[in-house]
Ligand binder design. Structure first.
Ligand code: APR
Length: 357
């Protein structure tokens, strides 16, 4: 087969890239190792920065977001006996939106299906070839066990942190920064209305806590725990009691309302950045190039920021032969990533990055 761009991965990065490229008249095929149902059902982040909402609005994907999402002016910062509201709109004229990644994925898939996007789900043995040559191509085995080859002008590696794209770049080329934090987040989903109108980020001697939400009837809450915590060893009461202590239950009449817990998991905290995000005709975006702790759904918002840079760069390169934006894509994307991921990695690299910015 032949197309202009092979997009490996149907996560938010890959799906949004296919949509933005199509708007610039660039054809693509999205290759995904999981099933359509699996991708659609994945529960992940749920907070959209204003720049992400602007990108979605810019390509006509903000309809359901504005109908069903929750717009927040800011957040609360909580210490024992003390809670402060940070009003982003007053401070920087921007709001944030609570709208689940599952919903973003649903909107993207619906828009791509309506536009006749070619998806190939449930593939295996994905491999990338001739990346620094004139005729890059991807090979894979399709759902029927047949070997397939896709010839392209460029490959977008949107295959997450465990995908093949980054690994296809010669080890002599890449540079990585990584930091694993000595704590994790114990996250729960609960079928109860949020006890707060906006997110609460709490400092407590016992550890951090966060009161987030998915909707007006589903709450999402997190507790800082040690990385080896087994979520099954905590009773529901233990979880709600720890959340109540850390979030300031009873303070100025504020109460945390517990409810049925429907999902629980322990998320490791890790920062990882890979440079360069481009090698020949391969361009990395999203988790394929960087992993950041889940605070503020940064992973999702950085993935959107990457493809908002990558789509026009690929369109200029493919439609007009103008390689300027493609050549500077990696530096421009990493500049934003560095601001979010590397500030907490190590001083000398932060200094190096600050010197470069
Ligand atoms: N072949 C094809 N697809 C693959 C392969 C492969 N060999 N390996 C992985 N994939 C697919 C995964 O199944 C997944 O659907 O790539 C996709 C990567 O999607 P995400 O992990 O969601 O990464 P990304 O699109 O970069 O999204 C980044 O969104 O999901 C949040 O918090 C998450 O920070 C993350 C952000």
């Amino acid at each position: 087969m032949r197309t202009q761009v092979a997009i490996i991965g149907a996560g938010p990065a890959g799906l949004l890239l296919s949509h933005l490229l199509a708007a610039d008249g660039v054809e693509s095929v999205v290759l995904e190792t999981r099933s359509r149902e699996y991708v659609a059902a994945r529960i992940r982040a749920g907070l959209l920065e204003s720049s992400t909402v602007d990108v979605l609005a810019g390509c006509g994907l903000d309809g359901r977001l504005r109908e069903q999402g929750l717009e927040h002016r800011g957040i609360y910062l909580q210490w024992p006996e003390e809670r402060h509201h940070l009003d982003f709109v007053d401070l920087v004229g921007r709001s944030v939106w609570v709208y689940g990644q599952t919903e973003v994925t649903r909107d993207l898939v619906a828009a791509r299906d309506a536009a006749g996007q070619q998806f190939v789900y449930e593939i295996s043995d994905t491999a990338l070839h001739d990346l620094d040559g004139d005729c890059p191509y991807v090979t894979y085995v399709d759902i029927d066990g047949r070997e397939q080859r896709l010839d392209v002008d460029a490959i977008a590696g949107c295959d997450g942190s465990f995908g093949p794209s980054r690994k296809a770049i010669p080890s002599s080329v890449g540079r990585t920064w990584e930091r694993t934090y000595p704590f994790a987040w114990f996250g729960i989903l609960a079928d109860v209305a949020p006890s707060t109108d906006e997110l609460i980020y709490a400092w407590h001697a016992e550890g951090f806590a966060l009161h987030s939400m998915r909707s007006e009837s589903v709450s999402r809450l997190y507790l800082q725990v040690s990385p080896d915590t087994d979520p099954a060893t905590w009773s529901d009461d233990q979880i709600w009691e720890a959340l109540a202590r850390r979030l300031g239950h009873g303070q100025n009449g504020w109460e945390l309302h517990p409810g049925p817990i429907t999902d629980r998991s322990v998320l490791p905290m890790r920062s990882y950045v890979y440079e360069p995000m481009r090698y020949g005709q391969l361009f990395l975006a999203g988790d394929a190039a960087h992993i950041v702790p889940p605070t503020g759904a940064k992973g999702l918002n950085l993935a959107v920021a990457d493809v908002a840079l990558l789509a026009p760069a690929l369109a200029a390169m493919i439609n007009k032969g103008d390689r300027g934006a493609a050549d500077s894509y990696s530096d421009r994307a990493l500049r934003r990533v560095a601001l979010h991921a590397l500030l907490v990695v190590d001083d000398d690299h932060a200094a190096h990055t600050r010197r470069r910015l």
